[in-house]
Design a protein around this ligand. Structure first.
Ligand code: ZN
Length: 160
C-alpha cells in the first residue's frame, strides 16, 4: 500500500466526470488499498478516486469502524433531508453547510465484483452523496448554503 497525493481545488481533474470500472483488476485493488490508507492518513471519512487523480468511479468510506469499498456506485433511492456541516480533503481549511437527503440507498460492486446494496442514514447518507458527487466533478462548495469557520464552535473535524 502507498499513500497517494490528494488533489486540491481548483485542480481541473476534480471537475471531470469519472468513467465506470469495466474490469476489476489487481490495479483496482491497489487503488482501493491506497485510497483507504490515504484517507486514514488525512483523517477523512471518505475519498473518491478523482481526488487522487484517477478518473474512475471508485469510492472508499470509513464510518464507525466500517469500511465501504464502492465500485460504480449509484444512488437508487433517497428520502428526507438533513442540513449540516461538510468539509473535503480536496478543499483544505474550509467548511460549509449543505443540505443532503436524510437517507439514501446505493447500489455498487464490491472488490470481488459482487453487487452490494448500502442503506445509509445521517452521516453515512451525507458521505455517500458527497463522494458520489466527486465522480461527476461536483464539490460540496458548489452546493453549500453558506460557509462556516472550520475552527469555530460550529466546526467538526470530519472531512470527506
Ligand atoms: Zn470531498
Amino acid at each position: 500500500m502507498a499513500l497517494r497525493k490528494v488533489l486540491q481545488d481548483p485542480n481541473p481533474k476534480l471537475r471531470k466526470k469519472s468513467r465506470p470500472v469495466t474490469e476489476i483488476t489487481p490495479h483496482i485493488h491497489e487503488l482501493l488499498d491506497d485510497m483507504l490508507e490515504t484517507m486514514r492518513e488525512d483523517e477523512g471519512v471518505g475519498l473518491a478516486a478523482p481526488q487522487v487523480g484517477v478518473l474512475r468511479r471508485v469510492v472508499v468510506i470509513e464510518i464507525e469502524d466500517r469500511v465501504y469499498e464502492l465500485i460504480n456506485p449509484e444512488i437508487i433511492s433517497s428520502e428526507g433531508e438533513q442540513t449540516g456541516r461538510e468539509a473535503c480533503l480536496s478543499v483544505e481549511d474550509r467548511m460549509g453547510i449543505v443540505t443532503r437527503p436524510k437517507k439514501v440507498t446505493v447500489k455498487a460492486l464490491d472488490r470481488n465484483g459482487n453487487e452490494q446494496i448500502i442503506e445509509g442514514e445521517d452521516l453515512l447518507a451525507r458521505c455517500l452523496c458527497h463522494e458520489l458527487d466527486h465522480l461527476d466533478g461536483i464539490l460540496y462548495i458548489d452546493k453549500m448554503i453558506r460557509e462556516v469557520d472550520p475552527e469555530g464552535e460550529e466546526g467538526e473535524d470530519e472531512e470527506e
